[in-house]
Design a protein around this ligand. Structure first.
Ligand SMILES: *[C@@H]1O[C@H](CO)[C@@H](O)[C@H](O)[C@H]1NC(C)=O
Ligand SMILES: *[C@@H]1O[C@H](CO)[C@@H](O)[C@H](O)[C@H]1NC(C)=O
Ligand SMILES: *[C@@H]1O[C@H](CO)[C@@H](O)[C@H](O)[C@H]1NC(C)=O
Length: 299
């Protein structure tokens, strides 16, 4: 994973510059995130775990910076730990007393669709941790899952990392356009966004996907385990199960992000970190429990 802090001056013409933390778990050398960091042309800092493999030996410090760029940091921890390190330790150094306006996680190498993946994804985990800290945050997960270094970026606009960076720029710009962050938050408290970008690559007829508003549920999958008939070992498969697709929250008429991002569309879902069941569902359950459990055990 890595976390970077960037001042996004050049993206914004009218409103004040944004203080942004960038984070990902695919290594700080990942083509996807380096490209996006370059589109944010001011100072950048990053923290990363995977990079330990490339740049540090056992016994190396738990965090450090790129030898060529003192503003890029790696951090040896989970994605959520890296973003918290960015929030608590790196941001005050880079932004002083100015607040962090946005955390951007990704673009991840691979999509993170549906509620099951939402809970286990490092990219989304860093995002909801930032939201829980009170900072607006957006996860970006790209369909192209090839793990590759920024040094393999062809520089062509059609390079999958550059196409994904363009989607990130467009969405961050749409989110921040005409918002004065000293007066208004980019997203309400407790709310974040998860964006799934379709697959870009050679031979795939998709370069500038339209954005579609989606919900996490709808065509989503959860794991099912079967036993491999040859080896006898358990194998995980994707199952489109009813529970993971129960549509309780969100905009009912929006399509699911899973089928949407499987085509040439960017799926834009808005989530909350309030995991309580809605009152209309919780209250009848409480009523039934109250009736059936001894009075001294429940209020
Ligand atoms: C943004 O809001 C601050 C605080 O109210 C104000 O000082 C500043 O002029 C505003 N910036 C713009 C570009 O309107
Ligand atoms: C992902 O991008 C890489 C680098 O351009 C490319 O080699 C690979 O074929 C792409 N994957 C897909 C599924 O298109
Ligand atoms: C590529 O997709 C566009 C629409 O997304 C379509 O109009 C065009 O015909 C497609 N081109 C090919 C070669 O399939």
């Amino acid at each position: 994973m890595w976390t970077s802090i960037a001042s996004l001056l050049a993206l914004l013409s009218s409103s004040a510059a944004l203080n942004i933390i960038l984070t990902n778990d695919d290594s700080w050398a990942s083509a996807n995130i380096r490209r996006w960091a370059r589109r944010a042309p001011s100072r950048v800092s990053a923290a990363d775990t995977m990079s330990m493999r490339f740049i540090a030996d056992v016994g190396a410090p738990y965090f450090g910076h790129d030898v060529k760029n003192p503003d890029l940091f790696y951090f040896n921890g989970t994605p959520a730990a890296a973003v918290v390190f960015g929030i608590d330790i790196l941001a005050p150094i880079h932004f002083g007393s100015n607040p962090i306006d946005l955390v951007v996680s990704g673009p991840n190498e691979g999509q993170n669709n549906g509620p099951f993946t939402f809970t286990l994804s490092g990219t989304v985990g860093a995002t909801y941790t930032a939201v829980e800290r009170g900072i607006p945050a957006v996860a970006f997960s790209a369909g192209n899952g090839t793990h590759r270094s920024f040094t393999t970026n062809t520089g062509d606009t059609s390079d999958p990392a550059n196409l994904a960076a363009q989607v990130v720029v467009n969405i961050v710009r749409a989110l921040s356009n005409n918002v004065n962050v000293s007066q208004e938050r980019l997203l309400p408290l407790g709310i974040g966004m998860s964006v799934n970008i379709p697959t870009f690559g050679p031979g795939i007829n998709c370069t500038s996907p339209p954005s579609t508003f989606t919900r996490l549920t709808g065509g989503a999958t959860v794991n099912q385990i079967t036993l491999d008939p040859t080896t006898g070992f358990p194998v995980a498969n994707n199952l489109e199960a009813r529970g993971v697709n129960a549509n309780i929250n969100g905009v009912r008429d929006d399509p699911g992000e899973t089928p949407t991002s499987a085509g040439c569309e960017t799926a834009v879902s808005i989530f909350s970190v309030d995991y309580d069941a809605p009152e209309r569902i919780a209250v009848p359950i409480q009523r039934r429990l109250r009736k059936n459990i001894r009075a001294d055990n429940l209020p």
